[in-house]
Design a protein around this ligand. Structure first.
Ligand code: BES
Ligand code: ZN
Ligand code: ZN
Length: 489
């Protein structure tokens, strides 16, 4: 989005809505800082109603003033909600945006945060505002959803904060747009077209491998997953070289629709499976962000794309696949397809780029949703340093991750009598055995896997954050931005 700004003062901005962010512990003092006549309106006892600045609460007031006709008070809560004050700021600012969006006439929103905010907090406030202003809009739909045209945050951060926020928001929008797009349009072919446009627009390079090339290269995993679909699978390789000494490979699962294949899912399980391309969407978003931010490192985004469908040409349970790294895999279940296409892409990343680090993101298992719900992604890693950096990055972005074990005994569950490995075991520790399978394809490269099945799209059981709009969350892009900033040199 274009209209995201930081300004020293909100005076003369012709705002349709002015939002003031207030903390629960400090309500009285902060209210006294609201400028001029508005201060009077907001602090008159009758004017506040039941508003107590609890986290995510809001109160819309009509002021009668010409300069600030509408005032929204939003609650930042207190440290008993979340200790992290920046996360509470994100929630409050995003709530200001959703409240302003609910006013049909509102175009321009100003946001005032009493007290000191450093550059990081200002940037994150702007990012949260931008994310809350998102709507998925397909061409051809007659009435686009109402969005604000301009959001101005009062702050001292200036252009740098503004530019960073805009780049991050655009990268997350890109990921959300891809993940939200329906499976019939954003199939592997549609995804290739979309990424070609992005490569041209932003100026990163793109190589696409189609079926013939995948056959020549011996990518039996990607080919098998795509074999039941009338649309060819692909491997998209996005490259951004910002100099610096480090190379990061980001691999993202892009199953553009996961029906389960011959191990067909139930109708209900299939409902959200257009979102099975969310990992790939995040990888693409990360490359967009790296380029827009001009980060000093090399980033390779590898996105294996396929549609998992049942048909006469589909792969079968108990098939044996020949993978890119020379291993053979017995297919225990065609619905455990993500790990098959990731394995080829990861082995290729390791062999071709010898990256310093490899991170993969995937809506990989229902098992991780059982374990962590919708509040955190599962983190698996063969390297404590990388896992530590990712944890730090994830908390800075407030995309919580929780580390899971990859102990040797779990590997026993994948043994096969006809191939080097099976691709599944039963329900026990399903997210861990999936990660254990992936680890067989990275050699000794420091690697981390994020299972984002629980957090890739907004669900009834939360997280109920106003910067997550309906549908895809774009989860992972902001964590990767923070990780890439740590790796910059
Ligand atoms: N895409 C699914 C995982 C998934 C499930 C994502 C629910 C989001 C919500 C994946 O391909 C899958 O079907 N995994 C199976 C593996 C099983 C067959 C071993 C699962 O988790 O049930
Ligand atoms: Zn599946
Ligand atoms: Zn899947």
């Amino acid at each position: 989005m274009k209209g995201l700004r930081v300004s020293e003062s909100l005076e003369g901005e012709k705002l349709d809505v002015l939002a003031v962010v207030l903390s629960k512990d400090n309500l009285g003092e902060e209210l006294s800082k609201i400028p001029g006549e508005l201060g009077g309106i907001a602090s008159r006892p009758v004017g506040l109603g039941d508003f107590d600045a609890s986290l995510g609460s809001s109160l819309l007031l009509y002021t009668g003033s010409e300069e600030f006709p509408r005032l929204v008070l939003v609650g930042r809560g207190s440290s008993s909600d979340w200790e992290d004050s920046v996360e509470r700021l994100r929630v409050a600012v995003a709530k200001a945006v959703t409240t302003a969006r609910s006013v049909k006439k509102a175009r321009r929103l100003g946001i005032l945060v009493p007290g000191d905010t450093d550059e990081y907090a200002q940037r994150e406030a702007l990012v949260a505002a931008g994310l809350a202003n998102y709507a998925f809009h397909r061409r051809g739909r007659s009435e686009p959803p109402h969005r604000l045209e301009e959001i101005v945050l009062q702050g001292s951060g200036g252009e740098r904060v503004e530019e960073e926020a805009k780049a991050i928001v655009e990268a997350v929008y890109t990921a959300r747009d891809i993940a939200n797009a329906p499976g019939n349009e954003m199939n592997p072919e549609g995804l290739e077209k979309t990424v070609r446009r992005l490569a041209e627009k932003h100026g990163f390079s793109l190589k696409v491998y189609r079926r013939n090339e995948l056959e020549e290269m011996g990518m039996g995993g990607i080919l098998a997953v795509g074999s039941g679909s009338s649309v060819e699978p692909r491997l998209l390789v996005l490259e951004y070289d910002g100099g610096g000494s480090k190379t990061l490979a980001v691999v993202g699962k892009a199953v553009t629709f996961d029906s389960g294949g011959l191990d067909l899912k139930t109708a209900e399980q299939m409902q959200h499976m257009k979102f099975d391309k969310s990992g790939g969407a995040a990888a693409i978003g990360a490359v967009v962000a790296a380029k827009r931010l001009g980060l000093k490192l090399k980033v390779v985004g590898l996105v294996p794309a396929a549609e998992n469908m049942p048909s006469g040409s589909a792969f079968r349970p108990r098939d044996v696949l020949h993978m890119y790294n020379g291993m053979t895999v017995e297919v225990g279940n065609t619905d455990a397809e993500g790990r098959l296409l990731l394995a080829d892409a990861m082995a290729y990343a390791v062999e071709k780029y010898r990256p310093d680090y490899i991170v993969d993101l995937a809506t990989l298992t229902g098992s991780i949703v059982v374990a962590l719900g919708n509040h955190a992604a599962g983190l698996f890693s063969n390297n404590d340093e990388l896992a530590g950096m990712l944890e730090k990055a994830a908390w800075r972005a407030w995309e919580p991750v929780w580390r899971m074990p990859l102990w040797k005994p779990y590997y026993k569950q994948l043994e096969s009598s006809v191939a080097d490995t099976d691709n599944v075991d039963g329900r026990e520790a399903g997210a861990i055995t999936a990660a254990a399978f992936l680890s067989k394809f990275v050699e000794n490269t420091p690697w981390a896997h994020l299972d984002i099945a629980g957090v890739a799209w907004k669900r009834a059981h939360g997280p109920d954050k106003p910067y997550y709009t309906e549908g895809a969350t774009g989860w992972g892009v902001r964590t990767l931005v923070e990780l890439m900033k740590i790796l910059e040199s």
